[in-house]
Design a protein around this ligand. Structure first.
Ligand SMILES: [Zn+2]
Ligand SMILES: [Zn+2]
Length: 342
């Protein structure tokens, strides 16, 4: 018995050495969810190919149809892993990029490029490839100055210091307790993906739920075809397919609502956290619900959302009272003609 116990321990140690992710409970549960998600896809699609003789016949006659469907399935799973492995944009990484650039070049050509966007909201971005106009030594005091400049004058440092990471958080950042890091433009922590959704991967997340919605719709159509063709003779098989179809429709409704919700967030430059916890965020308190303080117009919001690149971190300033008043002003005919909303 004792020898069996020793063997089991040795085997567990060997497994942990070969697969380090299995040694950590948090990483183990993350991988468990990923395996569960892949299995769910395999089950839903596999049942179709097992029971739908028509689909098999169609595959032989027109292989491209099944090839496109299976290709889309693979693309969705690839997008899932791609999003899951992407960085949401950690505040500490933004600081490190600044530090690296500062130390690798004494005459650092650029750490910071500050520009005033069309609606006068102040945007700061750090980019390895760009040459900037101002030169900052990115140590903690520079970071402090840079970040505090983004808050309204007179803001207290204490309000914006993360007590877990001990760093000053730029506006729109939040500490994630699952990742144990502060995230730029924190949206939410996605349990299914096992990562935070923030500035760095919100776009990828949108594409993932878009692809998943299309795949789900396509699979629902194939299941309805299967049931209406009356190919299945056994009642229990039919019942099983009906249960799977009901689950698929439930997932589809959820995915479509999620896609709509995130599309609305993108168009108005908001995050889930800002929308849900608006009253808890100091600088958003008192701003009317219909005013989106960080919105730069639909077109600019879409452009920034789709075209932000890896390795580039951007931080937005809290709008001034004048800017907020301008955003709160009701639309006139002139505003519509001049595309103020865009
Ligand atoms: Zn933190
Ligand atoms: Zn997180």
């Amino acid at each position: 018995m004792a020898a069996d116990g020793l063997h089991a321990t040795a085997l567990a140690e060997q497994c942990s050495r070969l697969f380090p992710c299995l040694a950590d409970r948090v990483r183990r549960s993350k991988w468990g969810l990923k395996v569960a998600l892949v299995l769910l896809h395999v089950i839903f699609v596999g049942v179709l190919f097992l029971l739908d003789a028509d689909l098999i016949r169609k595959t032989k006659e027109e292989p491209w149809y099944t090839a496109i469907y299976l290709g889309f399935l693979v693309a969705t799973l690839v997008q899932y892993f791609f999003t899951s492995g992407s960085s949401p944009g950690y505040v500490v990484d933004a600081m490190r990029v600044g530090n690296e650039m500062c130390t690798t070049s004494v005459n650092s050509p650029m750490l910071l490029n500050q520009s005033i966007s069309r609606n006068n909201s102040f945007t700061s971005s750090m980019n390895r490839n760009q040459l900037g106009r101002r030169n900052y030594g990115m140590n903690s005091s520079s970071w402090l100055k840079l970040v505090m400049d983004l808050y309204p004058p007179g803001s207290s440092i204490r309000n914006w210091t993360c007590t877990y990471c001990n760093i000053i958080q730029p506006p729109r950042s939040k500490h994630c307790h699952d990742c144990d890091k502060c995230v730029l433009q924190f949206d939410h922590h996605c349990v299914w993906l096992g990562t935070c959704i923030g500035q760095g991967n919100h776009c990828r997340f949108w594409w993932y739920i878009f692809e998943e919605s299309i795949l789900c719709t396509w699979t629902v159509v194939l299941y309805i075809d299967l049931l209406s063709s009356k190919i299945i003779k056994d009642w229990w098989k039919e019942l099983f397919v009906i249960v799977l179809l009901a689950a698929l429709i439930f997932c589809l409704v959820f995915l479509l609502l999620l896609l709509l919700f995130h599309s609305y967030l993108v168009l108005t430059n908001q995050t889930t956290y800002e929308l849900v916890r608006r009253r808890r965020i100091l600088y958003l308190r008192g701003i009317p619900e219909r005013v989106h303080p960080f919105s730069r117009g639909i077109c600019k919001n879409l452009y920034v959302f789709c075209c932000s690149r890896d390795g580039k971190y951007s931080m937005e300033a809290v709008p001034t009272m004048e800017e907020l008043e301008a955003k709160a002003r009701p639309y006139t005919c002139m505003d519509i003609m001049s595309c103020r909303c865009c």
